[in-house]
Write a protein that binds this ligand. Structure first.
Ligand code: NAG
Ligand code: NAG
Ligand code: NAG
Ligand code: NAG
Ligand code: NAG
Ligand code: NAG
Ligand code: MN
Length: 481
């Protein structure tokens, strides 16, 4: 058997490795966002009647693209990446170092973070609203918002693009603050660099958790510390669109017990493309196993249709963007403080809002683009077990016995697992005089199919929905613009 002699690596290889490690370090840490003064042209007018580009200049918002990234973009012949929501497309295999960088970033973030690094923090997004939403007038004096953004491990550019989109598209007199809530992360750029960055902006505040807690405790932390009369929660990986905040604030101004839920469109995790349409969105409901589902407006509203782009009652919502009056939110108990890291919190809050005197509404004129991405971080603690623990709590606290059994059947369990102590929440329910689950089904969600003891719940919800839609002539919302 022959052994190959082990030679020390040549100087050229060492230099290449050094350069690669250098680039990787820069991308993962400090240099990622080193400021740059270029601001990409932006043709859209902001609410002030000036262009968003001018507003960006006025606010001193840099595009955030680093010199390293610019070099990569040059090699790949990319300019104006992602402008107007266009997809960023490149072939990383063109160059070995770029390929390695691309693979490394994908491994770390589970989306195309190299593409994210190329897209200006001030990128324009098309104003693709319906004429109705574009021309609708709202009162000048609306309650101010604390925009609360919990964040953990997302890349710097993704979070900053979110913050910039809020600063660019929110009238100053409606923005009390942007409240960043740091759900502990090891990313170096979220230490001093972040502190330095927000110093420039008196209306950006940062509170830090010194251990990782998950989205629910972090949102509670934000809810307790928010100053403005209205809290708007945003996921860290969203960009808001023109005219986003007035419709929600206006609805809450009319009725302070409305939980206002935005229409959510998508940011492609591969290309960062923002995909829009002119439809009013979809209604949110839930199945017997407690999971969220979308439902078409036509089917949900049946023979009682509301005007297309006016706020619509919805049973549940999902979390990328919603607004709620702070006092009302505190009164109904924020989020359940014993919930585990993540999962089921939006359904729980929606049920509680309805049952304890409020309303949940889809606000079709508010549009926020959200990146649906793979999570790389912990979603459950060992003791609790994440979403199942949270669902069980919801069932035990908010469902009456006659309905709770369907939840356990649908989740294929005869007995609940550990769901913690629910004494405080039951007391709250009593104190607030909340209505029953039966009331909710009858008044808010009459389309929820009620099983019998013998019903096989697998696919039951879908079967009944499809039957119901068929009876109504199979109308989708596809032409609903
Ligand atoms: C970029 O453009 C130059 C000159 O037009 C060309 O030689 C090069 O192959 C291009 N690179 C890529 C990745 O397309
Ligand atoms: C990407 O570039 C590599 C190297 O230049 C080439 O072999 C490959 O075919 C390209 N892939 C696509 C999809 O263009
Ligand atoms: C704007 O909306 C129209 C109609 O729904 C859609 O066809 C178009 O693709 C949208 N534009 C963008 C940039 O998403
Ligand atoms: C359904 O099951 C429950 C016990 O799980 C029982 O009390 C009830 O009478 C049953 N209902 C019918 C209609 O069989
Ligand atoms: C329930 O229905 C599903 C499919 O709809 C089927 O696969 C399953 O075997 C059924 N379970 C029972 C106990 O009949
Ligand atoms: C609705 O769609 C189903 C299949 O998806 C079809 O069998 C049925 O005929 C349709 N009904 C109407 C009224 O269009
Ligand atoms: Mn999200």
């Amino acid at each position: 058997m022959k052994f190959l002699p082990i030679r020390p690596p040549s100087r050229g290889i060492l230099i290449k490795i050094f350069i690669f490690i250098f680039i990787v370090t820069i991308f993962l840490n400090t240099g990622w966002f080193m400021s740059s003064s270029r601001i990409i042209s932006n043709q859209f007018k902001s609410f002030e009647g000036i262009s968003e580009q001018e507003r960006a200049e006025r606010l001193g918002l840099d595009d955030g693209i680093t010199d390293e990234t610019r070099r990569v973009m040059q090699m790949l012949n990319i300019t104006n990446a992602g402008e107007n929501g266009a997809p960023v497309v490149f072939n990383a295999s063109y160059n070995d170092n770029i390929k390695k960088l691309d693979q490394m970033l994908r491994g770390t973030y589970k989306y195309n973070a190299l593409a994210s690094s190329m897209v200006s923090l001030n990128r324009a997004l098309p104003d693709n609203r319906s004429e109705y939403c574009k021309t609708k007038k709202y009162p000048k004096n609306l309650p101010k918002a604390s925009v609360v953004i919990p964040f953990h491990d997302d890349d710097w550019m993704l979070l900053m693009r979110n913050i910039h989109s809020v600063l660019l598209r929110t009238p100053d007199h409606l923005l009390e603050e942007i409240l960043l809530v740091f759900d502990y992360s090891n990313r170096e750029y979220y230490q001093e660099q972040l502190d330095e960055y927000i110093k420039k902006y008196p209306n950006i505040r940062l509170i830090r958790s010194h251990r990782r807690q998950g989205i629910i405790p972090t949102r509670i932390l934000g809810g307790r510390n928010a100053i403005g009369p209205v809290i708007v929660y945003l996921d860290s990986h969203v960009e808001v669109l023109p005219g986003w905040i007035e419709p929600m604030l206006s609805r809450i101004n009319e009725n302070p017990t409305v939980l206002a839920w935005a229409k959510i469109s998508g940011i492609d995790p591969e290309t960062l493309q923002v995909k829009l349409d002119k439809k009013p969105g979809k209604i949110g409901v839930f199945r017997w196993d407690m999971y969220f589902e979308f439902m078409t407006i036509r089917y949900f509203e049946g023979n009682k249709p509301t005007p297309r782009f006016e706020p619509k009652a919805t049973v549940t919502m999902i979390g990328p963007c919603f607004a709620i009056q702070k006092d009302f939110f505190h009164q109904i108990g924020l989020f359940d403080p014993d919930f585990d890291y993540w999962g089921g919190e939006d359904v729980e809050l929606a049920l509680r809002t309805w049952m304890c005197g409020g309303r949940v509404e889809l606000i079709p004129c508010t549009v926020v683009a959200h990146m649906l991405k793979q999570h790389t971080y912990t979603m459950a603690t060992k003791e609790k077990g994440g979403v199942y623990y949270n669902h069980d709590r919801t069932a035990e606290i908010w469902m009456d016995d006659e309905y709770k059994k369907h939840y356990y059947t649908a989740t294929k369990r005869t007995k609940p697992r550990n769901f913690g102590d629910i004494k405080d929440r039951l007391e709250l329910k009593k104190k607030l005089g909340c209505k029953s689950f039966k009331w909710l089904l009858e008044n808010v969600y009459p389309l929820m199919p009620i099983p019998t003891n013998e019903t096989n719940l697998t696919d039951f919800w879908y079967q009944k929905r499809d039957e119901g839609m068929k009876k109504m002539g199979n109308q989708t919302d596809d032409d609903y613009e």
